[in-house]
Design a protein around this ligand. Structure first.
Ligand SMILES: *[C@@H]1O[C@H](CO)[C@@H](O)[C@H](O)[C@H]1NC(C)=O
Ligand SMILES: *[C@@H]1O[C@H](CO)[C@@H](O)[C@H](O)[C@H]1NC(C)=O
Length: 172
C-alpha cells in the first residue's frame, strides 16, 4: 500500500517523504521502549496470556499526565505511592540505572509465579504489581518515566478503574 503512493507518477510524492519521517520517528521510539505503545503492549501481552479475549488496556493522556506530574516529584527515586484519592491504581518501579518502560512493566509481570489464582493471594513474594497489570476491570493506563537525581530511573503507571480491590480476583 505504501509502495503504491510512493511510486505515484513514477516519482516520490510528498506523502512518501512524510511517510519516511514517520517511519524514522516511530522506529526511534520503538527502540527507546518508553513510548505509550511500548507500555501498553507490554501490559496487554501479559493480559492476553491469561485469556485471549481479556479486555486490552488503552493509553489515557490524562492519566499519563497525572503519572508524569507525580514522577517529576520523585526524582529522589523513592518508591512512595502518589495520592489520587483512590481514583487510580498504581505500579512503581525504580532502578539504579537507565531502565526502559518495557523493562519496568516486565519486572511487574515477573511477579506472576507469586500469584496463587486458586486462593487469590500472593505466595512466596510480592504479586500485587502483577495483579494490577492483568486486572481485567482496569481499562485505561498512563505511565511516566523520570531520571532521578542519582542517575537512576523512576517509572510509574496509573490505572483506571483501580485494581487490587480486596475480595475480587483480577481475572474476568
Ligand atoms: C471470553 O470467552 C469466553 C469463552 O471462551 C466467554 O465465556 C467469555 O464471556 C468471554 N469474555 C469476554 C470479555 O468476551
Ligand atoms: C536510556 O534508555 C532509553 C530507553 O529506555 C534510551 O532511549 C536512552 O537513550 C537511554 N539514555 C542513556 C543516557 O543511555
Amino acid at each position: 500500500m505504501e509502495e503504491c503512493c510512493c511510486r505515484e507518477n513514477g516519482s516520490f510524492s510528498l506523502w512518501c517523504i512524510l511517510g519516511l519521517i514517520l517511519i524514522v520517528g516511530s522506529s526511534h521510539i520503538a527502540h527507546a521502549q518508553d513510548s505509550p505503545t511500548d507500555f501498553v503492549n507490554t501490559h496487554n501481552l501479559a493480559r492476553e496470556a491469561i485469556v485471549w479475549n481479556i479486555t486490552d488496556l488503552v493509553w489515557d493522556n490524562k492519566i499519563a499526565a497525572f503519572a508524569q506530574n507525580y514522577a517529576n516529584q520523585r526524582k529522589d527515586c523513592k518508591v512512595t505511592p502518589s495520592d489520587s484519592g483512590g481514583r487510580y491504581g498504581e505500579n512503581i518501579a525504580v532502578s539504579p540505572g537507565n531502565m526502559s518502560g518495557v523493562e519496568a512493566v516486565n519486572l511487574w509481570v515477573a511477579e506472576n509465579p507469586h500469584y496463587n489464582s486458586y486462593e487469590n493471594k500472593c505466595e512466596g513474594g510480592e504479586c500485587s504489581h502483577y495483579t494490577q497489570v492483568v486486572w481485567s476491570r482496569s481499562l485505561r493506563v498512563g505511565c511516566a518515566k523520570v531520571k532521578c537525581d542519582n542517575r537512576g530511573t523512576f517509572i510509574s503507571c496509573n490505572y483506571y478503574p483501580a485494581g487490587n480491590i480486596p475480595g475480587e480476583t483480577p481475572f474476568p
